[in-house]
Design a protein around this ligand. Structure first.
Ligand code: PMP
Ligand code: GLN
Length: 378
């Protein structure tokens, strides 16, 4: 058999977006904004292209961009990563996650995942010969049961992957979670991969708590972020990883052979635009307004929602509507009702169905309103 991942199908994001397009449904499935990124950012990219910045960037990332990332990290999280030895620019968070896992996970290693979780983690672990060890998040608020995590840690555990704010549930971890994690790991050589791509989407006056704020965790962690989420540019695929020098060295050994580097004009444009701190400082209220609008609109439907604490996703429970399996229901909604969403079972290795759909609210109010009006008919 030629396949290394025989049980892995096409990603649910591809499947649902294609179905939405085929049936001209309103696409609240795959996470991406339906509005454009800031115009000055587009102008900067254009300018850099016209000025001839169209060749390879340095493998670790443009120094200008690493410098800005370093300054921003210090301002937000009180820790200034070294630009030369601790910051690597990657082609999206997806590449960063792949490079971090590939750099350190060996055959026979175990990696703890908290389910539901993002779909790229487990396949990469398996391609490295490692085994994902799944610990379920606890309903209804999808919190972490750290005692369960502790039980699943063994002498083979190489890494734990966390994600806050959390895709698909919107759950947000606090300092207490990080303290528990740090206690669990203390005295071990277990690494942390912290997926913080939604760091600027935390609502209701709460603050994102980054692993970078926690000295004991920071020294054993890869922290991953994505400019795609922050600047409404998911199609540009620019992200980065912050990790201590020894881990960064390993990550770069792999990164240089995945993509080698990330497109130069995008890096330069983002580096300049990062001076506009207002953009990311206003992102929580920008997205909270969208969440509130969407949640309000959903009141005319039979979906049950608890407002999302972070990310640009809103979970909705549909058990008052049907007992259908969530994937079937999501397809039916797309085809018959004209609204596409992501079935949350897609984020569980055994496709657990808790009767939740995930809706992306990174959309204009007109889009969200039109979607809710359609959903009110089911
Ligand atoms: N991690 C999570 C939790 C995500 O939701 C996403 C975006 N879908 C990624 C990583 C990948 O980010 P990027 O688009 O920058 O590769
Ligand atoms: N992260 C996006 C989501 O969760 C999708 C990214 C992708 O399509 N691979 O919807």
């Amino acid at each position: 058999p030629i396949s290394k991942l025989p049980d892995v199908g096409t990603s649910i994001f591809t499947v649902m977006s294609a179905l939405a397009n085929e049936h001209r449904a309103i696409n609240l499935s795959q996470g991406f904004p339906d509005f454009n990124c800031p115009e000055p950012l587009v102008n900067l990219v254009t300018r850099y292209m016209q000025e001839g910045f169209n060749q390879y960037a340095p493998m670790a990332g443009m120094p200008q961009l690493r410098h800005k990332i370093s300054l921003k990290t210090e301002k937000l999280y009180g820790y200034r990563p070294d630009e030369e030895t601790e910051i690597t620019v990657t082609s999206g968070a997806t590449e960063a996650l792949n490079a971090a896992i590939t750099a350190v996970v060996k055959p026979g290693d175990e990696v703890v995942l908290l389910e539901p979780c993002y779909d790229s983690y487990a396949p990469v672990i398996r391609l490295c010969g490692g085994s994902p060890i799944y610990v379920p998040l606890v309903l209804p608020d999808f919190s972490v049961d750290w005692d369960q995590v502790k039980k699943r840690i063994s002498s083979r555990t190489r890494m734990i992957i966390i994600n806050t704010p959390h895709n698909p549930t919107g759950a947000v971890m606090g300092k207490q979670d990080m303290d528990r994690l740090a206690n669990l790991l203390s005295g071990s050589d277990i690494l942390v991969l912290s997926d913080e791509v939604y760091e600027h989407m935390v609502f209701d006056g709460k603050q994102h708590y980054s692993v970078l704020q926690h000295p004991q965790l920071r020294e054993r962690s890869f922290v991953v972020s994505s400019f795609g989420k922050t600047y409404h540019t998911t199609g540009w695929k620019v992200g980065y990883t912050i990790a201590p020098p020894a881990l960064t060295k390993e990550l770069r050994r792999v990164h240089q052979f995945i993509t080698f580097c990330t497109p130069t004009p995008f890096q330069l444009a983002i580096a300049d635009f990062m001076d506009e701190a207002a953009h990311y400082l206003e992102l929580p209220s920008f997205y909270q307004a969208k969440r509130d609008f969407f949640v309000e609109q959903l009141k005319q439907t039979r979906f049950e929602v608890v407002p999302s604490a972070g990310t640009y996703f809103q979970l909705a429970k549909y058990s008052d509507i049907t007992v259908a399996y969530d994937l079937d229901f999501a397809k039916q909604l797309t085809i018959e009702t004209g609204v596409a969403a992501i079935p949350v079972s897609a984020f569980y290795h055994n496709k657990t169905d808790n009767k939740y759909l995930r809706f992306c609210f990174a959309k204009s109010e007109e889009t969200l309103k039109a979607a809710a009006e359609k959903l009110a008919k089911v």
